[in-house]
Design a protein around this ligand. Sequence first.
Ligand code: SF4
Length: 430
Amino acid sequence: MKYRTAQSYKEFKCIGGICEDSCCENWEIDLDEASLKKYMKQGGEFGKRLKDCTKVKDKQFILNGTRCPFLNEDNLCDIFIEMGEESLCETCTNFPRHVEEFENLKEVSLTMSCPEASRIMLAKKEKISFLCEEGTDEEYGLKHIEPVKSLAFWKKSHVNKLDKPLFEVLYEARQLMFDILQNRQEPIAKRAALVLVLGNRIQELIDSKNYAGIYKTVEKYRKKLETSDIDKLKKEWEKFSSMYNKRVTEKEVWLKQILNMYEGLETIKAEWTELLSMGMDVMHGRDNLKSMLVAAGMVQEEEPGEETDSFLRNYAVSYQEFMRYYQEKEYEFEHILVYYIFNYFLGAAYDHDAFTKVKFAVISYLVILELDVALWLKQQKEFLYEDQVLVAHAYSKEVEHSYNNFESLQLVLSAHPILDVEHILIGLLS
Ligand code: SF4
């Protein structure tokens, strides 16, 4: 079996007891058959505890409040201590690894829902690069996972069957997307916009079964990327960006709708809800907004009414100011986009829905950015690397690790009219 991972993959080491957001809290842990059997056969005092704490029929542990019942007072795992690391179930062994399987290839990443994995990814200024080597599950810290046999009901095909020719061409397209996203001569919003437009074109070609057309499109974009045509693209983007002032209200309305969409998801962690409602406060101009802006020195205490208008003006200014303030660390957003494209885009070789994967990456970047701006305002215009880790990992935990949230979001992304190319491009204007 071949394994493709980011170069930094093997740097990860769980920090266990000192982790600020242990993965052994807030989640139901699904137990695989073999582990469940092993736990139910365990004798002695610990065996009794295992039986008392397990819903055998549901194949889950009975949580102690929000905590795994085997997470002890030192935030360490009692199963690991009593029975050894090899006795951890598949879910616990594999976390925080995300695996996509394509016949004899596994693509494995460290999910951002683990704060330590986020830290490793976001800390590096250099571009993310990938390695592909022969190996075994064990060498990559994995326990075997049964691949999903069928897709969610709303997808075009119900059987999870790899379309090999499509996989080959999407692999080329993804490589191009990485190159566009990592082209640091361009602002990050423009890179995201280019990938979005490319994703949309690829989807049209998939729908018409024109895979050769995808190769041609990839070639065309690559030429543009490598030649002076990029100047033309630059001009087009500048023209497009100059629309921002005219369309700022439109952008705000759209972003409010997007955040509302996230508000409708199941809550996995209280911190996420707090971050989101802080973002909503900024968007909606609720009561505490003015005090936030006053604290950040953007609005005078005695400034008269007209809060909505002045808020929109202030918001546009604050958004641009944040981008200038955080310019040096723009690579963090690049990593976030590359992360979502790496994890999900090739999955379209199963369900033929490439554009939803691209939209997921771009919307994830936009939502994380919105919450960053809100947090920066709340913290009196201070935003550190640890804040980015907090927002990015809370986001990932909310959307990537709840089956319901992930599926609902993919469904909305694939079909909602406000999530077409034009609307998302307005969201990217800056
Ligand atoms: S979230 Fe990551 S660092 Fe924290 S306990 Fe889980 S695997 Fe370890």
